[in-house]
Design a protein around this ligand. Structure first.
Ligand code: C2E
Ligand code: CA
Ligand code: CA
Ligand code: CA
Length: 279
């Protein structure tokens, strides 16, 4: 029994060390990834289900590591946040997305918007607004084609400051959307103080929308709320025809999800435009 106890202990510490080691080496890799050109943006179409047309895309970060393979943002974004690496990475994302939208506009897709995710750490940066303005100028993208996605929790951290920053961003002419809406501390009374354009219904409410009465009630309320506040509403995680129909019947017109398309590399998005495909 004593013997086994010791082995267990060793196993335990070994795996603890391995976890720490893994995180350390992931962090080391992450520090180099930007310089080594290992990041790439995928784009997921956002569809107007009335016209069947793609009106915009959401830029989603991908990390292609030579030996680790494709690393999911769910595993490296938190580490990038923790280490502050999200700040330079986030700037790269914004610049790359703006260059891409510029090139799509030049190719004749003049109406497209691009949505870029902004993390909490980026939102806290003193020079966020200057950085966004600089990138817009350097890429000469018209601000109205850029949407920044922030989560509710990012704004709730310091509401007064969030209102100031969001107004500054709005004054640049860009659009703001509240991502994962409904999952944070619901702060409905703040909504009217936030200069936002779009609510994104979180995919957790869409997944079981046709079978779970609570999820259906929440999604339906968010749509009604958006309409009465004159906000755009985009449903995320639309995976099936049933999801689409249910949401459309409740007045949601703009959607995003695997039912239409997975996030795709820029070239495949172009092929989709060129095919003239509607949804
Ligand atoms: P998010 O902003 O909520 O993005 C939506 C996520 O849902 C994406 O995962 C997308 O691929 C996935 N998705 C889209 N349609 C469907 C669907 O129909 N069903 C399901 N089950 N999932 C769907 P992804 O690309 O793995 O990104 C995960 C999260 O990582 C994002 O969640 C976002 O919070 C973060 N992230 C991604 N790119 C960036 C970035 O450039 N900057 C920052 N700060 N965060 C990012
Ligand atoms: Ca998002
Ligand atoms: Ca989301
Ligand atoms: Ca439920």
């Amino acid at each position: 029994a004593k013997e086994r106890g010791r082995n267990n202990y060793q196993l335990y510490t070994t795996s603890m060390n391995e976890d720490a080691m893994q995180k350390l080496s992931l962090e080391r890799y992450l520090r180099k990834a930007l310089g080594l050109d290992e990041f790439v943006l995928f784009y997921q179409p956002q569809v107007n289900v009335q016209s069947g047309e793609i009106f915009g895309v959401e830029a989603l970060l991908r990390w292609k590591h030579p030996t680790l393979g494709m690393v999911s943002p769910a595993s490296f974004i938190p580490l990038a946040e923790e280490t502050g690496l999200i700040v330079p990475i986030g700037e790269w994302v914004l610049r790359t997305a703006c260059e891409q939208i510029k090139s799509w506009h030049a190719a004749g897709y003049g109406h497209l918007t691009v949505a870029v995710n902004l993390s909490a750490r980026q939102f806290q940066q003193e020079d966020l607004v200057e950085m966004v303005q600089r990138v817009l100028e350097e890429t000469s993208v018209e601000p109205r084609f850029l949407e920044l996605e922030i989560t509710e929790s990012v704004t709730m951290h310091n509401v007064e400051r969030a209102i100031v920053i969001l107004n500054e961003l709005k004054n640049l002419g860009i659009r703001i959307s509240l991502d994962d809406f409904g999952t944070g501390y619901s702060s409905l009374s703040y909504l009217k103080h936030f200069p936002i354009h779009t609510l994104k219904i979180d995919q957790s409410f869409v997944r079981d929308i046709t079978t779970d009465a609570d999820d259906a009630a929440i999604a339906t309320s968010v749509i009604a709320l958006a309409h009465s506040l004159n906000l755009q509403v985009v449903a995320e995680g639309v995976e099936t025809e049933e999801h689409l129909r249910y949401l459309a019947a409740r007045g949601c017109v703009e959607m995003q999800g695997y039912h239409f398309s997975r996030p795709l590399p820029a070239q495949e998005i172009e092929a989709l435009f060129q095919s003239g495909k509607t949804f």
